[in-house]
Design a protein around this ligand. Sequence first.
Ligand code: ZN
Ligand code: ZN
Length: 196
Amino acid sequence: MSGTRKGAEKGHMLPAERHRHILELLAQRGRVTVAELSRELQVSPMTVHRDLNALAERGLLRKVRGGAVPSAPREPRECPMCAHMPDGRTGMTLHLRSGETKRTCCTHCGLWSLALHGEEIVAAVVPDFLTGRTVSAHQATYLVGPDVELCCVPTALAFESRRDAERFRRGFGGRVAGWEQAAALVQTWMHGEESS
Ligand SMILES: [Zn+2]
Ligand SMILES: [Zn+2]
């Protein structure tokens, strides 16, 4: 597509051209609104809605109120607790009673959701911080508040073996705990942050 094309000519774009343009804008911006597309493509909001419907039907984007976002991934990608993007290294995977699967950005948010929504969580797994091996979140040993900057504060790390957690604590500080106590520690800390 020519970059020198003047806005005034955009109203004459063919639907296929508009579709491509919309997808490009969406890729650049992460979100587009009907109002801005109508202005930029110089077509009526009705036409924009038709375009968005056509693209949504093909699974190329997802309509949201007043606009569109890139098509939904199979699982929600943002951390359900803090909207960070999971980095995959320390995030906890939560299987909910509803059948949904959620993934937190880090172990901290995993513990936080166990503290807040423990009832709804039927299973949870977390990678061992050292080996990356997946372990049951309810059987892991945690180190809360070590001097390690990772994602959310306080940092929480999960270990398959208590010995590894203790060894790590000697080097980096923090408190070693089972999931219940670790979850309570994170929650207390978060409450403190909120009220300070
Ligand atoms: Zn998070
Ligand atoms: Zn995090």
